[in-house]
Design a protein around this ligand. Structure first.
Ligand code: NAD
Length: 306
């Protein structure tokens, strides 16, 4: 039986990963300070430890537990927040990641799997971005994630810690809150539930690679015994416009939605689509949800969660 720690395991993506790990029979520990997460999301078979990832307590916990693998998802994950408070962003995302790495070294942890972002490429204009394309973040959030990646690679080089870096597209699904990175689906379904107009920044023709949370979980699970020292995209390889999202939601809800268009915001990226051939070829992972099936499951969840 493997022993796993999921940092951010009370959050949107982390809590789904904890469910999958618990289902697989793993011993699961969640390290989360609940600043955006919820204890109610944490699987009953997992143990919740309420500490900040950048704290001494968190480091001591890892050294004591000596897990086989750490899935490091805890983060300040809100792009707009990172522009307002870059130092806090760095505290959690850079110093927090460094603290986890030092804990891995002291605790003899074999592997760390890191939740990174397609945001590291900034506004790179390319139809499908590949993993070795140049990085150039345009938000402090993406910069802090890139710094995390660089620390991880250096820890491998200096101390032999194994890692897999997963750069996610825009993740959506049940339990996502109506804020944070990639929160557009959650925002829209929330407005739909409240019967309020949807607000789009820009003309709505900006594209994203929307990936359903259960596919992201399977990508993380696939890293347990493979993919060491590799960086992979976790995306569908298919660009979807924000206007398409609106049309899909109209179809699901059977209503016509009111939309307001506002100017684009700083830090927002125009087009983003991830080439996923590397993860498909190396980890035998495939996205199993397209935007229609993923939105259907998300919409059903939002409707039942009132
Ligand atoms: P989330 O906010 O739902 O989850 C983050 C979790 O981390 C929360 O439970 C929160 O309480 C916890 N946390 C925050 N700061 C902490 C700290 N200092 N110490 C301990 N715990 C802390 O966000 P999410 O969307 O589930 O994102 C999970 C990870 O995936 C993040 O690392 C994020 O950067 C990354 N990511 C998300 C997306 C997306 O579209 N949602 C895209 C790319 C990457």
């Amino acid at each position: 039986m493997i022993k796993a720690i999921v940092t951010g395991g009370a959050g949107f993506i982390g809590s789904h990963l904890v469910d999958a790990l618990a289902d697989s029979g793993a011993e699961v520990h969640v390290l989360d300070n609940l600043c955006t997460g919820h204890s109610s999301y944490v699987n009953k078979q997992a143990t919740l430890h309420r500490h900040a990832v950048e704290s001494l307590e968190a480091k001591e916990l890892i050294v004591r537990l000596r897990p086989d693998v750490i899935f490091h998802l805890a983060a300040q994950a809100d792009v707009q927040q990172s522009l307002k408070t870059p130092a806090y962003d760095a505290q959690v995302n850079v110093l927090g990641t460094l603290n986890m790495l030092e804990a891995c070294r002291e605790g003899g942890v074999r592997k760390l799997v890191f939740a990174s972002t397609s945001g590291v490429y900034g506004d790179l204009q390319k139809e499908r971005i590949e993993e070795d394309d140049p990085v150039a973040p345009i938000s402090f959030y993406a910069l802090s994630k890139l710094a995390g990646e660089l620390y991880i690679r250096l820890f491998h080089r200096l101390f032999g810690l194994s890692y897999t870096i997963l750069r996610y597209g825009n993740v959506y699904g049940p339990r996502q809150q109506a804020k944070g990175e990639g929160g557009v689906v959650a925002l829209f379904t929330d407005k739909l539930r409240l019967n309020q107009p949807l607000r789009i920044y820009g003309d709505g023709e900006q594209t994203r690679d929307f990936i359903f949370v259960k596919d992201v979980v399977r990508a993380n699970m696939a890293c347990i015994g493979q993919g060491d020292q590799q960086t992979f995209h976790v995306g569908t390889g298919r660009p979807v416009t924000v206007n398409t999202l609106v049309r899909e939601l109209e179809r699901l809800s059977g209503t016509s939605l009111a939309v307001t268009y506002d100017p684009p915001r700083p830090g927002d990226i125009r087009h983003s689509c991830l080439d996923n051939r590397k993860i498909i070829g190396t980890l035998s992972w495939q996205p199993s949800y397209d935007i229609a099936s993923g939105l259907r499951e998300t919409y059903d969840y939002v409707k039942s969660d009132v």
